[in-house]
Ligand binder design. Structure first.
Ligand code: PGA
Length: 251
């Protein structure tokens, strides 16, 4: 049985003061939750405050990005040592917004995945097709390349640590959620690719989250699908009641 994992991607939202309020509220509501893994991914500026707040709870902290390099002249970047200092355990890598606005390629994302695993951070690798890909019948082709390239060189035993997030780009922040059947179909397809790459045991162990307009009202149906092991939540993660509602749906 794979344990469900619900992660909140706060994106470029929340000042430190607002982040503290949200983290305190979530700690109150779901801080003792052991049935589901709960991860908060605030902006870098709020990592320290959020880490301090959740340190004595079951909630883990993640970052929204990480450099593929160890240190040095990389203006504006943040590396694994800096994140680990702040008790970060998960790193979201290859989010579609990073691929689109900052031109992150599969090759680059793969370097980050390898680096994160080497440094005992758990990658949440994001993959997903655009509306154009879906309408032209290329969903599987696009997702397969992102999974194979993004996870190139990753050993079978690392699949218990890493997480894959299937996020159809057309469903992110648009209110257009993929139907449970549409999502399940791609999740099963991704698990099949993992099986082909590294074997049945790893494929069975790896957790695959759905992301894209997940809310308390649609979470239960999505999360009841056999290959959907959690959610990566954007908009609905910015509010205590809605994020806690999704976590309760996952229980
Ligand atoms: P959304 O974002 O829940 O606001 O659609 C999900 C994501 O981008 O991770």
């Amino acid at each position: 049985m794979r344990k469900k994992i619900i992660a909140g991607n706060w994106k470029m939202n929340k000042t430190i003061e607002e982040a503290v309020e949200l983290a305190n509220g979530l700690k109150r509501e779901v801080g003792g939750c052991t049935e589901v893994d709960v991860v908060l991914c605030p902006p870098f500026t709020a990592l320290k405050s959020v880490s301090d707040i959740v340190s004595e709870s079951q909630i883990a902290v993640g970052s929204q990005n990480m450099s593929s390099e160890d240190e040095g002249a990389y203006t504006g970047e943040i590396c694994h040592t800096m994140l680990k200092e702040l008790f970060v355990r998960y790193v979201i890598l290859g989010h579609s917004e990073r691929r689109e606005y900052y031109k992150e390629t599969d090759e680059w994302v793969n370097k980050k995945v390898i680096k994160a695993l080497e440094k005992n951070l758990r990658p949440i690798l994001c993959v997903g097709e655009t509306l154009e890909d879906r309408e032209s019948g290329n969903t599987e082709k696009v997702v397969e390349v992102q999974v194979r390239e993004g996870l190139k060189g990753v050993s079978a035993d690392a699949y218990t640590e890493l997480v894959i997030a299937y996020e159809p780009v057309w469903a992110i922040g648009t209110g257009k959620v993929a139907s449970a059947e549409q999502a399940q179909e791609v999740h099963a397809f991704i698990r099949g690719i993992v099986k082909d790459m590294v074997g049945a045991e790893a494929a069975d162990a790896v957790r695959i989250q759905y992301g894209g307009s997940m809310k308390p009202g649609n979470a239960a149906e999505l999360l009841s699908q056999p290959d959907i092991d959690g959610g990566l939540i954007g908009g609905a993660a910015l509010d205590v009641a809605s994020f806690a509602g999704i976590i309760n749906a996952a229980k």
